[in-house]
Design a protein around this ligand. Structure first.
Ligand SMILES: Nc1ncnc2c1ncn2[C@@H]1O[C@H](COP(=O)(O)OP(=O)(O)OP(=O)(O)O)[C@@H](O)[C@H]1O
Length: 980
């Protein structure tokens, strides 16, 4: 019957308390006395409404009273309640009850308080003698509110001729006038009006220009506005508030951090519109109607008129401007509804009332030419209302129009509207960032950034704003990390030293001469000398190990570059100073390999100062693992290499000082973090005589172990920087000398392809080489008949390559079988190893010289690069052949022929997966903390943020000079990375 939004606004204005009370009362009366209440209700409601209606001369209100004789009372109740912003009458009643209860509670609390006693205890508190206070919580927000307030008042006084929709956008909670007791009766409207007028006349005029100057006094203003509840958003109905809350938008900040997914260009296109074209146009609603076709079918038709410039395009000559013709086209947006409920005329009317004649809207969708010229039909479309003055003017200015993604079922329109409301509350002094940082790094202030991202004047402004918001994400992350580190060190001198190190980390290394005796011995035992990168890595790590702060370092280097020995040397340094080391790897095969490798090196030591090392995996027998765990607890074992068993609850260390995590990306954050729970006590050092090299102060009782994470997965430096902090990244850039490039071939796995490959294998074997055959699956599968399986091909390969013994290795084999298979291959007992991708990580057989990967398209590029890294680890020339199942998958594999650079390949992989995936789950899953940053392109901002954080901390180690920054830092979620 009525659904006028202006009536809704009217009802929501000063009178809603009273109206709500009437409805609530009548509703309950009607419940207890079902009959005869309708008349009384209508009379009571009617008298109120007529009273207000005559005052306002509001025709829509009159319509409300035209309740036809057959209309049910409950329906009327519901309608009025919904118009007032409640979901139904029941909801309204409950809210009324809750309000009354809280008021009663408050009164009873006051009754219970013994004021004289309190006064005696706290003489400074004067009961009943409070000085007059502002109507607003904080006067800094006053300026904005006032502007809105005065406009509202003017509109109100002008009557319904003004924009009623914006005139009463104060929710109860923060409407300045709702501060009056709820018991005020309806006469309060006039009182409120006069009070409002009085209040405004008392306030000094707002000097908008003067606002930025208040910024100078950054300490007195605060950024808490951002963390206020969305309850304070002007104009938010209780329903919208609930919806926003349910969607996770609890604070103004959360809302403002919901960034537009794109901006619509409000310049309508030039040129004729084709049938089937996807258009994005803005226009004006010409009509909106809901049509009932039959009892179970109805549709909504909104006609939007759009003005476009149609040019006469000739095929060869570009039309001149004078040929352009302004033309109005009509878009018929049709939405069908089925089912009795949704095809009722009432429902359809409600739907059609959402779009009013003259509304400015933004329409996107695929058009279909209708019969009439200049008319188009759209059945799948989105229509965004451009409500509010701001947006209308942005339309006229041709500003980019923000298009918001929906979230948690919340419509983009509601989000956009709420964000606009939140922006109205923002004041320029919301920014906690020190002004000199803004100047130095050429950043807008936070107020301008939020304005710029949500209401940009042009794309450049949006870009500039985006830069600031990304900067903030990185800045607080870096600031948090550095701040934490500084907290951990004691004296000011140490803090400064640490900061100095952050700036000049290349200076902080420990030369070989200063390494501990055990480390030097291991270095001497190596059959090769370290590459410059390896040497530098060890020097950096040892410097860190001598700090009283836990190290958190990522050692990164391409496959086969020799990370393992760097980690071994670091472990020896720790063991040498009387502590324990743990080396965790993702697979048993790798654990055994590392254990054997280290044992063979230690066996070269002369004398009896060999450290006691152990291997602990899931396959270690119960008896043996009990002995090992006991040895770790007592300190008899100085170093342990193993799998997840190392972080089992029952594994306790006596003095764990370093935990190395190989292929760290294979472990979760939680698993990595569990090492930190294995604290050590400095008092329980295994031996004290070597402890001199360790500078850990005796006063420190507990410290989390140093963490050295290793990864061959090439992640961009910027990403590493973001995750691990600048000072904690070491890269090995060079490969050991004598390595030859691996010859890579991608071939189609057809008969000809296999013939070539088998011939190459024969040549290789004849030449004394060893061959890996890698299969995607272990057993043949009915569902994937095109895939070759390791076990299924074992016999045929054996037959084909008679005289060359074959081995088999896959994940379903027992641990000892796997070790056996690998050591036979290593020793040369077997020359061909049929395997699955278990060998992908870390397997090191230096003289393996050829690899053939079956159904190679089943693997990712980065994975294939890792697999390929299993060959070419010695001085022998190696080959790798990728066999594709179909010709169409060959081009992707050919990328590997061209490059052996892990970084290049990782990027190529990213691009080949398509830009759609760049921001897909996989990517954003990595960095949920950065909603808008794209590390591939925003790395520069990250560097700047890092420098800014260093600068701020250098000026004030404990942020005492920047209290607002400290508050802001605490408001942001601390990150939990690598064992933090
Ligand atoms: N400086 C060096 N000179 C010669 N050979 C080296 C050197 N450093 C390491 N190696 C050898 O290179 C091979 C690969 O080393 P390592 O297993 O440590 O590589 P990695 O970086 O861990 O590779 P992956 O990521 O594949 O596990 C080993 O056989 C190792 O003995």
């Amino acid at each position: 019957m009525i659904a006028s939004s202006s009536l809704q606004s009217w009802l929501k204005c000063g009178s809603d308390n009273n109206l709500a009370r009437v409805i609530s009362l009548e509703f309950r009366r009607g419940r207890s006395k079902r009959f005869g209440s309708k008349m009384r209700f209508r009379n009571a409601l009617g008298s109120r409404l007529f009273q207000w209606c005559s005052r306002e001369n509001h025709t829509s209100v009159r319509k409300l009273l035209e309740v036809d004789g057959t209309s049910e009372r409950s329906k009327l109740l519901k309608k009025v309640s919904v118009l007032m912003g409640y979901s139904n009458a029941q909801d309204l009643v409950e809210q009324q009850r809750a309000r009354r209860e809280s008021a009663t509670e408050l009164i009873s609390v006051f009754k219970e308080i013994d004021f004289p006693e309190i006064s005696a205890k706290f003489p400074c508190i004067k009961i009943g003698d409070a000085s007059p206070i502002d109507l607003y919580e904080d006067s800094t927000n006053m300026t904005c509110k006032e502007t809105v307030l005065s406009e509202n008042l003017t509109n109100f006084i002008r009557g319904s001729g003004g924009n009623l929709k914006t005139a009463y956008e104060f929710p109860n909670e923060c409407h300045p006038l709702r501060q009056t007791p709820t018991t005020a009766d309806d006469a309060s409207i006039t009182e409120e009006t006069s009070l409002m007028a009085h209040h405004i006349s008392q306030e000094p005029a707002v000097d908008k220009e003067a606002r930025p100057e208040s910024l100078a006094d950054a300490k007195t203003s605060d950024n808490s506005m951002l963390d206020k509840s969305i309850k304070c958003l002007p104009g938010t109905t209780s329903r919208q508030y609930r919806q926003l809350e349910d969607g996770g938008f609890h604070t103004v900040r959360k809302l403002l951090q919901h960034f537009p997914r794109t901006y619509a260009d409000l310049q309508n296109p030039q040129g004729p519109i084709e049938d089937g074209q996807y258009i994005m146009l803005f226009g004006t609603v010409i009509s909106s109607r809901g049509i009932k076709v039959k009892s179970t079918l109805g549709f909504l038709e909104v006609v939007v008129g759009c003005s476009i410039v149609e040019t006469e395009l000739s095929s060869s000559v570009k039309s001149s401007h004078s040929d352009a013709e302004q033309k109005t086209i009509h878009l018929h947006l049709k939405k069908f509804f089925s089912g009795t409920r949704f095809s009722s005329q009432y429902f359809l009317n409600c739907m059609s009332a959402k779009h009013k004649e003259g509304d400015l809207v933004y329409v996107s969708g695929k058009v279909k030419k209708a019969l009439a010229n200049g008319h188009y039909e759209l059945k799948e479309y989105t229509i965004d209302g451009l409500e509010g003055e701001g947006e209308q003017s942005s339309m006229l200015d041709r500003r980019p129009h923000p298009i918001y993604p929906s979230k948690a079922g919340l419509k983009p329109n509601l989000l956009g509207l709420s964000i606009s409301r939140a922006l109205k509350l923002l004041t320029p002094d919301v920014d906690p960032m020190p002004p000199d940082v803004l100047v130095e790094f050429n950043l807008p202030n936070l107020f301008d950034a939020y304005m710029g991202i949500h209401k940009p004047k042009d794309r450049n402004e949006a870009d500039f704003a985006r830069r600031r918001l990304i900067f903030d994400d990185f800045f607080y992350l870096q600031l948090g990390r550095l701040f934490q580190m500084l907290e951990a060190v004691g004296t000011r001198v140490e803090k400064e030293e640490l900061l100095y190190k952050c700036k000049n980390h290349e200076l902080n290394t420990v030369g070989v001469d200063d390494w501990s005796p055990l480390t030097k011995k291991l270095l001497k035992a190596l059959p090769y000398s370290l590459t410059p990168s390896q040497l530098n890595a060890v020097k950096e790590i040892i410097w860190d190990l001598r700090r009283p702060v836990p190290m958190n370092r990522l050692l990164q280097g391409d496959v086969g570059c020799g990370k393992t020995i760097v980690a071994f040397l670091a472990c020896m340094e720790v063991v040498s100073s009387g502590f324990q080391a743990a080396f965790m790897v993702p697979t048993e095969v790798l654990a055994v390999q590392h254990y054997e490798h280290l044992t063979s090196l230690l066996n070269k030591f002369d004398g009896d100062d060999k450290p006691n090392i152990a291997l602990l995996t899931g396959s270690t027998s119960t008896r043996e693992s009990r002995i090992i765990r006991n040895g770790l607890k007592t300190g008899d074992i100085a170093m342990v290499i193993g799998t997840h068993s190392l972080i089992a609850d029952k594994t306790d260390f006596s003095a764990l000082r370093i935990s190395v995590i190989d292929e760290q990306q294979r472990f979760g954050v939680v698993q990595r973090g569990r090492f930190n729970s294995k604290l050590y006590t400095s008092s329980s050092k295994l031996s004290d005589e070597n402890a001199s090299s360790d500078e850990a102060s005796d006063s420190e009782t507990f410290m989390a172990p140093h963490v050295l994470a290793m990864s061959a997965t090439p992640i961009p430096r910027t990403l590493a920087l973001a995750l691990y902090g600048d000072m904690s990244l070491t890269q090995i850039m060079d490969l050991p000398p004598g390595r030859q490039p691996i010859e890579t071939l991608a071939l189609e796995g057809n008969d000809a392809g296999f013939k070539t490959v088998f011939q190459m294998m024969r040549d290789e074997l004849k030449d004394g080489g060893k061959v890996y055959l890698v299969y995607p699956i272990i057993d043949e599968s009915e569902h994937l008949p095109q895939l070759r399986a390791a076990t299924a091909e074992f016999d045929s390969i054996k037959e084909k390559f008679e005289g060359y013994p074959c081995g088999l290795l896959h994940g379903r084999m027992r641990s000892d079988e796997k070790d056996e298979a690998l050591s036979s291959f290593r020793s040369g007992e077997t020359r061909i190893l049929l395997s699955t991708q278990v060998i992908e990580i870390g397997v090191d057989v230096p003289d393996a010289s050829m690899m053939v990967v079956m159904n190679a398209e089943r693997f990712g590029i980065a994975q294939l690069h890792q697999l390929r890294g299993r060959v070419g680890r010695g001085e022998r020339k190696s080959r790798c052949i990728f066999l594709a199942s179909t010709p169409s998958t060959l081009p992707r594999l050919k990328v590997l022929e061209k490059s052996a650079d892990g970084f290049y390949l990782a990027n190529a992989d990213l691009l080949l997966r398509g830009p759609g995936n760049l921001l897909g789950k996989k990517q954003s899953g990595h960095l949920p903390e950065f909603p808008i940053a794209r590390l591939e392109i925003d790395g520069g901002i990250l560097q700047e943020a890092h420098h800014a954080a260093l600068k701020v901390l250098a000026a004030s180690n404990d942020l005492a000079l920047y209290p607002r920054l400290k508050v802001e830092l605490s408001m942001r979620q601390p990150l939990c990375i690598l064992g933090d």
